[in-house]
Ligand binder design. Structure first.
Ligand code: ADP
Ligand code: MG
Length: 293
């Protein structure tokens, strides 16, 4: 008998619309999953991408992408180099606006607001989405000033507010205990893994809702990488996270949902465990089993 698996979700949406009443008990199998629990299935959409096409000049880099990322979940973008992962990530906070010759069609919403609507305040939009890059990029300033940077730009001068934001953000980034006695020292003296967590703290300090991470561990050693992965698991309680990774084990470990891209197209998206054990598309299977990439 064919039992419908509640985790097999309607495509191309990556999650189920919240049902009228919450499901009573998660299925036994779902409860066993290490990182994903049933709540992700009923979580409302934080990010919604609809019919997104992106052109760099005459070259199309994204084709008709539809995707949803549920609130307080982690989604990984995977796929071979050049398939458009970073491009799509940058669309989520309009970072591609900064690139000449980019044309974008379609819609991206954070919560209910379409961020590509004319007249959108891009500055306040970017406050809602923190971004962390592959190469940690601390400023040549003190640890404290790195974290306080975004608030200072917003004009915050109150020392008490800054102190508290710096401490809370460093706590959230799992760095406070390591640096609380040397906040005035240069951030450039930290290890690579600490610098990356500092960049996460800096992103968190302005209190975003979404955290976008583009291969945040690819320059880190395995220990620093696992610290970031543990952190991601903690952070999703407060934030919605999208992470680009070329490391499929990492995607499997940290993300509730995975989206697989190939040649600018979203091939499929859904619960990570399903994607890695029973993908819908042949192309996905070929990629995750290492037949190309
Ligand atoms: N600034 C840019 N100008 C022109 N083409 C770009 C630019 N950035 C990326 N591309 C092209 O868009 C495609 C997708 O790139 P990217 O999003 O960086 O892929 P990924 O992150 O998956 O490796 C590639 O063909 C790449 O060469
Ligand atoms: Mg990239």
């Amino acid at each position: 008998m064919e039992i419908e698996d509640p985790r097999i979700l309607p495509e191309p949406l990556a999650y189920a619309e919240p049902p009228a009443s919450p499901p009573s008990a998660p299925s036994a199998r779902l409860a066993e999953l290490p990182l994903t629990d049933a709540s992700v299935l009923t979580s409302p959409a934080m990010l919604t991408v609809e019919g997104l096409n992106l052109f760099y000049g005459s070259k199309q880099a994204l084709f008709d992408v539809d995707l949803k990322v549920a609130k307080n979940t982690v989604m990984s973008f995977i796929g071979p180099s050049g398939c458009g992962k970073s491009t799509l990530l940058r669309c989520l906070n309009r970072m591609n606006d900064l690139i000449d010759g980019v044309r974008i069609e379609g819609k991206v919403s954070i919560g209910d607001s379409n961020i590509y609507e004319p007249g959108v305040d891009v500055i306040s939009l970017r406050k809602r989405t923190g971004m962390v890059f592959q190469k940690s990029n601390p400023f040549p300033k003190s640890i404290y000033e790195n974290v306080a940077y975004g608030l200072r730009i917003q004009g915050v001068r109150d020392r008490g507010i800054l102190d508290e934001a710096v401490e809370t953000s460093l706590q959230s980034a799992g760095l406070w205990d390591e640096v609380k006695d040397r906040l005035k020292e240069s951030a450039l003296g930290m290890s690579g893994g600490q610098q990356q967590r500092l960049c996460i703290a800096r992103a968190l300090a302005v209190d975003p809702e979404v955290l976008l991470m583009d291969e945040p561990c690819s320059a880190l050693d395995p220990i620093a990488t696992s610290r970031i992965e543990e952190l991601i698991f903690e952070l999703k309680k407060k934030f919605t996270i999208v992470i680009v990774t070329h490391n499929m084990q990492q995607a499997a470990r940290v993300s509730d949902f995975t989206a697989f891209f190939w040649l600018g197209k979203l091939i499929e998206s859904g619960l990570t465990e399903k994607m890695f054990t029973n993908p819908r598309e042949r192309t996905t299977e070929d990629y995750i089993t290492g037949r190309f990439g």
